[in-house]
Write a protein that binds this ligand. Structure first.
Ligand code: ADP
Ligand code: MG
Ligand code: ZN
Length: 523
């Protein structure tokens, strides 16, 4: 069967009501329809589903769609059934079906009625299903959220590992399409290898969002007034303020309300009714700001969100990209502000350590956190740092804090040595507060009790402020010269490369400590 371009466009109109393909959709669809293995990397909201839904509808046989997100599968099935006015056209196959329902699904597939069969990866491992699927015509297999197959991804699922073998068993020559929104070069390679589609036609959309402004601010004691000031500067505009904990969400929503901002809280601890109400208030613009945990945002399609503020460090670059990606979908200017401090970093490291997974998993999670830290402490263009993580090269954006007002760099070797030797002299046993007390010559109880006021390094850093030393510690974390030892309750420890600074084998270029006020011109 040959499918002409004109057919693709009319199918787009008939089934989806759209008059134009978005981005690379048409090329992807042509590749898949022609029977090639195909690999798609597009940011969230890029329109990946249509890349397999449309081919499934026009090709002979049934397409199998593997996806880990059961709720989203159900939405897609309902939508396709509605436009086709045919309940048999799409089915979900999972463990919740009873015998009669399974029979209905099988009959519809056998009779050529079903074009899309959604399955969770774990259901695909059932012998009974594999045997059945071998006996019918399969048009292709789509693996959505394909990064789940990679241990280096942010959402690894062991069930995805077996997919290749199962697909081979269902049929040897079934074209495969893999789709993901978060592919670093490492994950991309993993996906292609694991699905055995290294020959795939690869389509990668740009992750560049030209209308976004990027800024990172160190958290200060007056973090709340910093946030209030920013939100009030944007009065009347829609924005999301992300917090790490439910408690903090409640707190900050109240602080904003008291300060005359129309804000509502949103987190998984609120009952479903309240959550829906608050979400609707935001969508209907009865309120301007949602203060939320990451529970908020999935499937939110509000185009005119003008800012996204993170009040603490996100979990990874992937999560960060996804969360700021909710801003400025209408292509008008939107701001992204990330506030972070060392306490966030300690918290995140602890979450990794105490989280599930083996040592390898924790190692990779920590690596992914390192990338985010490097973004936070970057002295060059933020967008360059962000996109290079996703394997994309760009010019300086001219629209981030560092491009607008490049940080001054100075030789901070001496200061780094003071800090590092205070850490060494106190046995690499203490957290940042104590170490900085020692450098500043603060005679606290803890300092006196440990006799650290007798150390030669005591008070050797008095010409700089506490903020300076904290900022220097952050930079030394980002450059990999320091790390946090969680076994020693968050003690600062020196890495191999940090020791080279101490011994004078290596110099340390340091960013001038900046004021926490916004660098963006707001006149
Ligand atoms: P992804 O899976 O890449 O995150 P989706 O497939 O969920 O993205 O699509 C995101 C949105 O884009 C959906 O609301 C979808 O209806 C819309 N969309 C997809 N293709 C088109 C198109 N060609 N024209 C207009 N809107 C589209
Ligand atoms: Mg999707
Ligand atoms: Zn820039």
């Amino acid at each position: 069967m040959s499918i002409k371009e004109i057919d693709l466009h009319s199918a787009l109109k008939t089934y989806f009501g759209f008059s134009k393909f978005k981005g690379l959709q048409e090329d992807v669809i042509k590749s898949l329809v022609a029977g090639h293995n195909t690999f798609v990397i597009m940011p969230t909201g890029g329109g990946k589903s249509l890349c397999y839904q449309l081919p499934a509808l026009i090709k002979d046989g049934t397409a199998i769609i593997v996806s880990p997100l059961i709720a989203l599968m159900k939405n897609q099935v309902d939508a396709i059934r509605a436009v086709s006015q045919n309940d048999g056209v799409a089915h979900v196959l999972n463990s919740s079906l009873n015998k009669t329902e399974v029979k209905q699904v099988k009959d519809d597939i056998t009779n050529g009625i079903t074009k899309l069969l959604y399955v969770a990866p774990e259901s695909l491992t059932k012998e009974e299903y594999v045997d059945f699927l071998r006996s019918v015509t399969i048009s292709f297999m789509a693996v959505d959220e394909a990064h789940c197959i990679s241990e280096w991804g942010h959402d690894f699922r062991p069930e995805y590992r077996n997919l290749k073998h199962i697909i081979k068993r269902i049929g040897d020559n079934i074209p495969i399409i893999g789709l993901t929104a978060t592919a670093t070069p490492k994950v991309q390679e993993d996906i292609l290898k694991s699905l055995d589609i290294t020959d795939a036609n690869t389509f990668k959309a740009s992750f560049n969002r030209p209308n976004l402004y990027y800024e990172v601010r160190p958290k200060t004691k007056s973090v709340d007034s910093d946030i209030i000031r920013f939100v009030k500067q944007n009065q009347g505009k829609s924005g999301i303020v992300y917090c790490l904990s439910r408690k903090r969400v409640e707190e900050l929503a109240q602080v904003l309300q008291v300060n005359g901002v129309k804000a509502v809280p949103y987190h998984a601890g609120l009952d479903a009714k309240t959550r829906v109400k608050h979400q609707d208030m935001f969508l209907m613009e009865d309120v301007d700001v949602v203060v939320a945990t990451i529970a908020f945002g999935m499937g939110i399609d509000k185009p005119d969100i003008r800012f996204v503020v993170h009040t603490s460090l996100p979990g990874s670059m992937e999560a960060f990209y996804q969360e700021i990606g909710r801003a400025g979908r209408d292509d008008h200017a939107a701001d992204t502000i990330l506030l972070y401090g060392l306490d966030d970093l300690v918290k995140r490291r602890r979450m990794v350590e105490q989280g599930a997974g083996d040592d390898g998993h924790k190692f990779r999670e920590n690596k992914r956190l390192d990338a985010l830290l490097a973004y936070c402490e970057a002295s060059g263009c933020r967008k360059k740092a962000l996109l290079s993580y996703f394997g994309e090269e760009t010019d300086k954006c001219g629209n981030c804090d560092n491009c607008i007002d490049p940080p001054e760099l100075f030789d901070g070797t001496v200061e780094a040595q003071i800090l590092l030797s205070a850490i060494t002299r106190t046995g690499e046993y203490f957290g940042r507060v104590h170490v900085v007390d020692v450098i500043l010559g603060s005679s606290t109880d803890k300092v006196r009790k440990r006799n650290h006021d007798k150390l030669p390094i005591f008070g050797k850093g008095q010409e700089h402020s506490k903020e300076f030393w904290m900022a220097l510690i952050r930079q030394l974390f980002a450059s990999g010269d320091l790390y946090i030892d969680l076994v020693r309750h968050g003690a600062l420890r020196i890495t191999e490369s940090g020791r080279k600074i101490l011994s004078g084998e290596k110099t340390f270029r340091c960013k001038k400590i900046i004021s926490p006020k916004s660098k963006k011109q707001k006149t």
